[in-house]
Write a protein that binds this ligand. Structure first.
Ligand code: NAD
Ligand code: ZN
Length: 270
Protein backbone atom coordinates (compact mmCIF):
# COMPACT_ATOMS: atom_id res chain seq x y z
CA UNK A 1 0.00 0.00 0.00
CA UNK A 2 1.39 3.43 -0.93
CA UNK A 3 2.52 5.54 2.01
CA UNK A 4 1.40 9.15 2.01
CA UNK A 5 4.05 11.86 1.98
CA UNK A 6 3.82 14.46 4.73
CA UNK A 7 2.56 17.07 2.26
CA UNK A 8 -0.22 14.71 1.17
CA UNK A 9 -1.24 14.09 4.77
CA UNK A 10 -1.40 17.86 5.25
CA UNK A 11 -3.56 18.15 2.15
CA UNK A 12 -5.91 15.43 3.41
CA UNK A 13 -6.22 17.39 6.66
CA UNK A 14 -6.90 20.64 4.80
CA UNK A 15 -9.49 18.93 2.57
CA UNK A 16 -11.21 17.48 5.64
CA UNK A 17 -11.34 20.90 7.27
CA UNK A 18 -12.77 22.51 4.15
CA UNK A 19 -15.47 19.86 3.82
CA UNK A 20 -16.32 19.91 7.51
CA UNK A 21 -16.78 23.68 7.43
CA UNK A 22 -18.77 23.66 4.19
CA UNK A 23 -22.52 24.02 4.07
CA UNK A 24 -23.26 22.83 0.55
CA UNK A 25 -20.47 20.53 -0.65
CA UNK A 26 -20.94 18.28 -3.67
CA UNK A 27 -18.81 15.65 -5.44
CA UNK A 28 -18.05 15.45 -9.15
CA UNK A 29 -16.70 12.08 -10.28
CA UNK A 30 -15.32 10.55 -13.45
CA UNK A 31 -14.06 7.25 -14.78
CA UNK A 32 -10.98 7.40 -12.50
CA UNK A 33 -12.99 6.61 -9.37
CA UNK A 34 -14.02 3.27 -10.91
CA UNK A 35 -10.64 2.05 -12.20
CA UNK A 36 -9.95 0.46 -8.80
CA UNK A 37 -13.17 -1.51 -9.36
CA UNK A 38 -11.65 -2.94 -12.54
CA UNK A 39 -13.35 -0.64 -15.10
CA UNK A 40 -10.72 1.01 -17.31
CA UNK A 41 -10.99 4.77 -17.89
CA UNK A 42 -10.75 6.18 -21.41
CA UNK A 43 -7.33 7.72 -21.04
CA UNK A 44 -5.44 5.02 -19.17
CA UNK A 45 -2.53 3.10 -20.67
CA UNK A 46 -3.37 0.01 -22.74
CA UNK A 47 -6.69 -1.67 -22.14
CA UNK A 48 -9.75 -2.09 -24.28
CA UNK A 49 -10.16 1.56 -25.28
CA UNK A 50 -6.82 1.70 -27.10
CA UNK A 51 -8.09 -1.08 -29.37
CA UNK A 52 -11.66 0.24 -29.68
CA UNK A 53 -11.55 4.03 -29.76
CA UNK A 54 -14.62 5.23 -27.83
CA UNK A 55 -14.96 8.28 -30.10
CA UNK A 56 -15.42 5.90 -33.06
CA UNK A 57 -17.13 2.83 -31.59
CA UNK A 58 -19.18 4.87 -29.13
CA UNK A 59 -20.33 7.42 -31.69
CA UNK A 60 -24.04 7.81 -32.36
CA UNK A 61 -23.48 8.10 -36.13
CA UNK A 62 -21.76 4.72 -36.15
CA UNK A 63 -24.49 3.23 -33.97
CA UNK A 64 -27.08 4.33 -36.53
CA UNK A 65 -24.94 3.10 -39.43
CA UNK A 66 -24.16 -0.29 -37.92
CA UNK A 67 -25.74 -1.15 -34.55
CA UNK A 68 -24.42 -4.73 -34.83
CA UNK A 69 -20.80 -3.52 -34.63
CA UNK A 70 -21.67 -1.43 -31.58
CA UNK A 71 -23.34 -4.39 -29.86
CA UNK A 72 -20.38 -6.66 -30.56
CA UNK A 73 -18.13 -4.22 -28.66
CA UNK A 74 -20.77 -3.86 -25.93
CA UNK A 75 -20.64 -7.64 -25.52
CA UNK A 76 -16.90 -7.35 -24.77
CA UNK A 77 -17.18 -4.39 -22.39
CA UNK A 78 -20.45 -5.14 -20.59
CA UNK A 79 -19.43 -8.13 -18.42
CA UNK A 80 -16.74 -6.02 -16.68
CA UNK A 81 -19.21 -3.19 -16.10
CA UNK A 82 -22.00 -5.47 -14.87
CA UNK A 83 -19.84 -7.47 -12.47
CA UNK A 84 -17.92 -4.52 -10.97
CA UNK A 85 -18.28 -3.76 -7.29
CA UNK A 86 -17.78 -0.39 -5.57
CA UNK A 87 -14.34 0.32 -4.11
CA UNK A 88 -13.36 2.32 -0.98
CA UNK A 89 -13.58 5.59 -2.97
CA UNK A 90 -17.27 5.03 -3.76
CA UNK A 91 -18.00 3.97 -0.17
CA UNK A 92 -16.23 7.07 1.18
CA UNK A 93 -18.47 9.37 -0.89
CA UNK A 94 -21.58 7.49 0.26
CA UNK A 95 -20.42 7.92 3.85
CA UNK A 96 -19.83 11.65 3.33
CA UNK A 97 -23.43 11.96 2.13
CA UNK A 98 -24.64 9.94 5.11
CA UNK A 99 -22.69 12.30 7.40
CA UNK A 100 -24.53 15.19 5.67
CA UNK A 101 -21.24 16.64 4.44
CA UNK A 102 -21.78 16.25 0.71
CA UNK A 103 -25.27 16.89 -0.63
CA UNK A 104 -25.05 15.17 -4.02
CA UNK A 105 -22.79 13.32 -6.43
CA UNK A 106 -22.63 14.38 -10.07
CA UNK A 107 -21.07 11.58 -12.06
CA UNK A 108 -19.93 11.05 -15.62
CA UNK A 109 -19.87 7.32 -14.95
CA UNK A 110 -22.46 4.96 -16.29
CA UNK A 111 -21.62 2.02 -14.00
CA UNK A 112 -24.04 2.76 -11.10
CA UNK A 113 -21.29 2.03 -8.55
CA UNK A 114 -22.12 5.14 -6.49
CA UNK A 115 -25.65 3.87 -5.93
CA UNK A 116 -24.35 0.35 -5.23
CA UNK A 117 -22.09 1.86 -2.53
CA UNK A 118 -25.04 3.65 -0.91
CA UNK A 119 -25.01 7.17 -2.41
CA UNK A 120 -28.60 8.37 -2.72
CA UNK A 121 -28.56 11.72 -4.51
CA UNK A 122 -26.72 10.91 -7.74
CA UNK A 123 -26.98 12.81 -11.03
CA UNK A 124 -25.80 10.67 -13.94
CA UNK A 125 -24.99 13.11 -16.71
CA UNK A 126 -23.93 10.42 -19.20
CA UNK A 127 -26.70 7.93 -18.49
CA UNK A 128 -26.66 4.42 -17.07
CA UNK A 129 -25.62 1.07 -18.52
CA UNK A 130 -28.34 -0.86 -16.70
CA UNK A 131 -31.21 0.55 -18.74
CA UNK A 132 -31.91 0.26 -22.46
CA UNK A 133 -34.13 2.26 -24.79
CA UNK A 134 -35.65 1.47 -28.15
CA UNK A 135 -34.09 3.73 -30.77
CA UNK A 136 -37.43 3.87 -32.59
CA UNK A 137 -40.32 4.17 -30.12
CA UNK A 138 -38.37 5.01 -26.90
CA UNK A 139 -39.76 1.96 -25.05
CA UNK A 140 -37.64 1.18 -22.02
CA UNK A 141 -36.03 -2.19 -21.23
CA UNK A 142 -34.16 -3.46 -18.16
CA UNK A 143 -30.78 -5.11 -18.37
CA UNK A 144 -32.31 -8.50 -17.49
CA UNK A 145 -34.92 -8.22 -20.25
CA UNK A 146 -32.21 -7.45 -22.80
CA UNK A 147 -30.00 -10.30 -21.56
CA UNK A 148 -32.93 -12.73 -21.85
CA UNK A 149 -33.69 -11.45 -25.33
CA UNK A 150 -30.09 -11.90 -26.49
CA UNK A 151 -29.98 -15.43 -25.10
CA UNK A 152 -33.29 -16.42 -26.66
CA UNK A 153 -33.14 -14.63 -30.00
CA UNK A 154 -29.35 -14.86 -30.54
CA UNK A 155 -29.54 -11.70 -32.65
CA UNK A 156 -27.38 -8.57 -32.73
CA UNK A 157 -28.58 -5.87 -32.23
CA UNK A 158 -31.47 -6.85 -29.96
CA UNK A 159 -34.67 -5.45 -31.51
CA UNK A 160 -37.70 -3.81 -29.90
CA UNK A 161 -40.71 -6.13 -29.43
CA UNK A 162 -43.02 -3.30 -30.42
CA UNK A 163 -41.42 -1.63 -33.45
CA UNK A 164 -38.38 -3.81 -34.32
CA UNK A 165 -35.94 -0.89 -34.08
CA UNK A 166 -32.56 -1.61 -32.43
CA UNK A 167 -32.24 -1.23 -28.67
CA UNK A 168 -29.55 1.06 -27.30
CA UNK A 169 -28.08 1.27 -23.79
CA UNK A 170 -29.33 4.44 -22.08
CA UNK A 171 -25.87 5.97 -22.12
CA UNK A 172 -24.89 9.14 -23.91
CA UNK A 173 -22.84 8.29 -26.98
CA UNK A 174 -20.36 10.66 -28.62
CA UNK A 175 -22.38 13.08 -30.77
CA UNK A 176 -25.53 12.76 -28.65
CA UNK A 177 -26.89 15.51 -26.44
CA UNK A 178 -26.80 15.14 -22.67
CA UNK A 179 -29.91 14.63 -20.55
CA UNK A 180 -31.36 18.13 -20.11
CA UNK A 181 -32.61 17.77 -16.55
CA UNK A 182 -29.38 16.26 -15.17
CA UNK A 183 -27.26 18.92 -16.84
CA UNK A 184 -29.51 21.75 -15.66
CA UNK A 185 -29.51 20.36 -12.11
CA UNK A 186 -25.72 19.82 -12.14
CA UNK A 187 -25.13 23.40 -13.24
CA UNK A 188 -27.42 24.69 -10.50
CA UNK A 189 -25.61 22.58 -7.89
CA UNK A 190 -22.20 23.65 -9.18
CA UNK A 191 -23.19 27.31 -8.96
CA UNK A 192 -24.53 26.94 -5.42
CA UNK A 193 -21.81 24.78 -3.87
CA UNK A 194 -19.13 26.18 -1.59
CA UNK A 195 -16.85 23.13 -1.98
CA UNK A 196 -16.68 20.83 -4.99
CA UNK A 197 -14.81 17.57 -4.40
CA UNK A 198 -13.62 16.32 -7.79
CA UNK A 199 -12.55 12.67 -7.86
CA UNK A 200 -11.08 10.71 -10.76
CA UNK A 201 -11.82 12.98 -13.68
CA UNK A 202 -9.48 14.38 -16.30
CA UNK A 203 -11.96 17.29 -16.58
CA UNK A 204 -11.56 17.17 -20.32
CA UNK A 205 -15.04 16.12 -21.43
CA UNK A 206 -17.51 18.95 -22.01
CA UNK A 207 -19.86 20.16 -20.63
CA UNK A 208 -18.99 18.55 -17.30
CA UNK A 209 -15.52 20.04 -17.54
CA UNK A 210 -17.20 23.44 -17.20
CA UNK A 211 -19.02 22.67 -13.95
CA UNK A 212 -16.04 23.56 -11.69
CA UNK A 213 -15.88 26.93 -13.47
CA UNK A 214 -19.40 27.77 -12.25
CA UNK A 215 -18.24 26.93 -8.73
CA UNK A 216 -15.10 29.03 -8.99
CA UNK A 217 -16.92 32.02 -10.45
CA UNK A 218 -19.29 32.03 -7.47
CA UNK A 219 -16.49 31.94 -4.91
CA UNK A 220 -16.64 28.17 -4.27
CA UNK A 221 -13.52 26.08 -3.76
CA UNK A 222 -12.26 22.99 -5.55
CA UNK A 223 -10.61 19.91 -4.06
CA UNK A 224 -9.17 17.70 -6.81
CA UNK A 225 -8.23 14.07 -6.13
CA UNK A 226 -6.82 12.63 -9.35
CA UNK A 227 -3.70 10.62 -10.08
CA UNK A 228 -2.79 12.85 -13.05
CA UNK A 229 -2.76 16.64 -13.50
CA UNK A 230 -5.85 18.48 -14.77
CA UNK A 231 -6.13 21.90 -16.42
CA UNK A 232 -7.83 23.26 -13.29
CA UNK A 233 -5.11 22.28 -10.81
CA UNK A 234 -3.81 25.85 -10.67
CA UNK A 235 -7.21 27.18 -9.66
CA UNK A 236 -7.97 24.50 -7.08
CA UNK A 237 -7.61 25.01 -3.34
CA UNK A 238 -6.19 21.51 -2.88
CA UNK A 239 -4.85 19.01 -5.43
CA UNK A 240 -3.98 15.47 -4.32
CA UNK A 241 -2.34 13.37 -7.04
CA UNK A 242 -3.11 9.96 -5.67
CA UNK A 243 -5.63 7.10 -5.95
CA UNK A 244 -9.20 8.02 -5.01
CA UNK A 245 -9.63 4.63 -3.30
CA UNK A 246 -6.85 5.60 -0.93
CA UNK A 247 -7.44 9.33 -0.39
CA UNK A 248 -11.25 9.58 -0.08
CA UNK A 249 -11.43 7.14 2.89
CA UNK A 250 -8.57 9.07 4.55
CA UNK A 251 -10.53 12.30 4.17
CA UNK A 252 -13.55 10.65 5.84
CA UNK A 253 -11.33 9.38 8.67
CA UNK A 254 -9.83 12.83 9.18
CA UNK A 255 -13.27 14.50 9.23
CA UNK A 256 -14.36 12.04 11.93
CA UNK A 257 -11.22 12.79 13.96
CA UNK A 258 -11.86 16.54 13.69
CA UNK A 259 -15.52 16.06 14.66
CA UNK A 260 -14.46 14.14 17.78
CA UNK A 261 -12.10 16.96 18.77
CA UNK A 262 -14.88 19.54 18.19
CA UNK A 263 -17.32 17.52 20.33
CA UNK A 264 -14.78 17.21 23.13
CA UNK A 265 -14.13 20.94 23.06
CA UNK A 266 -17.85 21.64 23.27
CA UNK A 267 -18.40 19.13 26.07
CA UNK A 268 -15.14 18.43 27.94
CA UNK A 269 -16.93 15.95 30.28
CA UNK A 270 -17.14 13.42 27.39
N1 NAD B 1 -16.75 3.69 -15.09
C1 NAD B 1 -17.43 4.28 -16.06
O1 NAD B 1 -18.64 4.42 -16.01
C2 NAD B 1 -16.66 4.82 -17.25
C3 NAD B 1 -15.50 4.18 -17.70
C4 NAD B 1 -14.83 4.71 -18.82
C5 NAD B 1 -15.31 5.87 -19.42
N2 NAD B 1 -16.43 6.47 -18.93
C6 NAD B 1 -16.88 7.70 -19.61
O2 NAD B 1 -15.66 8.30 -20.06
C7 NAD B 1 -15.72 9.71 -20.12
C8 NAD B 1 -14.32 10.21 -19.76
O3 NAD B 1 -14.25 11.25 -18.82
P1 NAD B 1 -13.70 11.09 -17.31
O4 NAD B 1 -13.13 12.40 -16.91
O5 NAD B 1 -14.76 10.49 -16.53
O6 NAD B 1 -12.57 10.05 -17.42
P2 NAD B 1 -11.14 10.16 -18.07
O7 NAD B 1 -10.85 8.78 -18.54
O8 NAD B 1 -11.06 11.27 -19.02
O9 NAD B 1 -10.22 10.56 -16.83
C9 NAD B 1 -10.06 9.76 -15.73
C10 NAD B 1 -8.99 10.42 -14.86
O10 NAD B 1 -8.88 9.66 -13.67
C11 NAD B 1 -7.51 9.41 -13.40
N3 NAD B 1 -7.49 8.16 -12.64
C12 NAD B 1 -7.59 6.90 -13.09
N4 NAD B 1 -7.64 6.02 -12.07
C13 NAD B 1 -7.55 6.77 -10.94
C14 NAD B 1 -7.57 6.45 -9.55
N5 NAD B 1 -7.68 5.20 -9.11
N6 NAD B 1 -7.46 7.47 -8.65
C15 NAD B 1 -7.34 8.77 -9.08
N7 NAD B 1 -7.33 9.11 -10.37
C16 NAD B 1 -7.46 8.12 -11.28
C17 NAD B 1 -6.82 9.38 -14.74
O11 NAD B 1 -5.45 9.71 -14.62
C18 NAD B 1 -7.60 10.46 -15.50
O12 NAD B 1 -7.04 11.73 -15.32
C19 NAD B 1 -16.82 10.08 -19.22
O13 NAD B 1 -17.67 10.78 -20.00
C20 NAD B 1 -17.51 8.76 -18.77
O14 NAD B 1 -18.86 8.83 -19.10
C21 NAD B 1 -17.11 5.97 -17.87
ZN1 ZN C 1 -39.60 0.27 -30.25
Amino acid sequence: MAILKLTERKKVHHAAELLLNSSNAIALTGAGISTESGIPDFRGEGGIWTRYKPEIYGNIKNFIRDPTKFWKLAEKVAPKLFSAEPNPGHYALAELEDMDIIKAVITQNIDELHQKAGSVIVYEVHGNINRFTCFGCRASYTKDQVMRKLKKEKHYPPLCDMCSAPLKPSVVLFGESLPTFEIYQSQALAEKTDVMLIAGSSLSVDPVADLPLYTLSNGGKLIIVNDAPTHLDERAEIVINHKTGKILPLIVEEIKRLQTIQNEEQDPSN
